[in-house]
Design a binder for this molecule. Structure first.
Ligand code: URA
Length: 437
């Protein structure tokens, strides 16, 4: 078998066989197939797609490319949660502690920023001293003791995804239903949780721009999860505007802490509660109403904040928000005219934050944890000319200038307010699609 023929088969629109997919994934993981051939195949998959069968084979091959975690020593139903990626999406930092505070163990592996979206591992590393790399034994011990541990994808868990993810980030091959489904589900299966809640984003800041694509991705992932014996639920949620007000690592951790103190932005708080309630639901903690009640109780009583602090300390970090340093250069973007905020091109807001230093342009680039954007307005708000729209943080004035220009172009001010968008559009289970929005 030759990698060249596999690329050509996919380029010409043929379905790949299980052997071809295994050959590629095994060879790439071992370093026998070079980046350039994998990049070519990824682009062919982006353009030609994959059948559900190919996607399932790809997921299994990637999940089997390394070790699988054994969480059986942790009592209870272990629940994982994963977002398909968005701008300002810091939900893991809040929903994990809520679920843990309700007695549901969270042993979660997270990813880094991808394209214009942020990643939980980069956010966690903004916390001084926080260790996102733990030996398996220590990881399990922290989950047993604190109810929650959050780490990066370890080198030996789905290593094929780790390599492919980094390559996709810089080759324009992120936006593909089969590649996203296989990437997420291979990690979820290898990470060993009993049940999975997926947050599938749709809108201008999501990889899935349309509802149809988001639902197709969610169905694909739920089918793979259920087929592998894991209770899996997906929510389709809005990413047509940034989530909360903070974009960028330190800013987002600060906002997550404010949310755990019960002072978070309304949209972000609501989404966290619904996701956490779904985690409790798949852990069989009661009806959806009862789970929502438990999640609210954990958030507003402060027990979730206590869990967050305990996890940060157990992983070597300092949980005080004032230690989350912001970059030294600062600029305020102001409204050019009066009116209503009618739109925020969310992908562009994400790109602006990457340009400021909060994300990577190349896979080896460092991240500036203190860089980012703090929004002062959201769609629907009335603004006067000269009113501050956002504050930007970066390490240098030239970065601020570029980021500010991108952000200004991303925010639209019109004469009439737009009706608010729903936050949650649908819930997908093995039984089908329930429309909510
Ligand atoms: N998140 C992932 O883990 N993988 C993707 O491909 C996209 C988002």
């Amino acid at each position: 078998m030759r990698m060249y023929d596999i690329i050509v088969n996919k380029r010409d629109g043929k379905a790949l066989s299980q052997e071809e997919i295994r050959f590629w994934i095994d060879g790439y993981t071992k370093g026998e197939i070079p980046d350039y051939q994998t990049a070519a195949l990824l682009m062919a998959i982006c353009l030609q797609g994959m059948t559900s069968q190919e996607t399932a084979w790809l997921t299994m091959a990637m999940a089997a490319s390394g070790e699988t975690a054994d969480l059986s020593s942790i009592p209870g139903v272990k629940v994982d949660k994963h977002s398909t990626g968005g701008v300002g999406d810091k939900t893991t930092l809040v929903v994990g502690p809520i679920a843990a505070a309700c007695g549901v163990p969270v042993a979660k592996m997270s990813g880094r920023g991808l394209g214009h979206t942020g990643g939980t591992v980069d956010k966690l590393e903004a916390i001084p001293g926080f260790r996102t790399v733990l030996e398996p034994q220590e990881f399990l011990e922290i989950v047993k003791q604190e109810g929650i541990a959050l780490i990066g994808q370890t080198g030996n868990l789905a290593p094929a995804d780790k390599k492919i993810y980094a390559l996709r980030d810089v080759t324009g091959t992120v936006e593909s239903i089969p590649l996203i489904a296989a990437s997420i589900m291979s990690k979820k299966l290898a990470a060993g949780a009993d049940a999975i809640v997926l947050d599938v984003k749709t809108g201008s800041g999501a990889f899935m721009k349309t509802m149809e694509d988001a639902i197709a991705l969610a169905r694909e992932m739920v089918a793979i999860g259920v087929h592998s014996g894991r209770e899996t639920v997906a929510l389709i949620t809005d990413m047509d505007l940034p989530l909360g007000n903070a974009i960028g690592n330190s800013l987002e951790v600060r906002e997550a802490i404010e949310t755990l103190q019960g002072k978070g932005p309304q949209d972000f708080t609501q989404l966290c509660l619904v996701l956490a309630a779904n985690m409790l639901f798949v852990a069989q903690r009661g009806t959806m109403e009862q789970c929502m009640e438990q999640a609210s109780q954990a958030l507003y009583s402060g027990t979730a904040l206590t869990k967050f602090k305990a996890m940060v300390q157990a992983q070597g970090g300092r949980p005080e928000p004032e230690l989350l340093a912001l970059s030294p250069c600062k600029k305020t973007v102001c409204a050019q005219r009066q009116g209503y905020i009618t739109k925020m091109e969310t992908r562009q807001c994400g790109i602006a934050s990457v340009v400021l230093g909060a994300g990577r342009a190349k896979k080896e680039d460092p991240v500036d944890y203190g860089a980012g954007i703090l929004l002062h307005v959201k769609p629907g708000d009335r603004v006067e000319a000269g009113q501050p729209l956002a504050t930007l943080y970066a390490a240098g004035e030239h970065l601020l200038k570029q980021g500010a220009q991108l952000l200004e172009e991303a925010i639209e001010i019109g004469g009439q307010p737009q009706p608010p968008m729903p936050l949650i559009y649908a819930r997908i289970t093995k039984d089908g699609v329930e429309r909510l929005g």
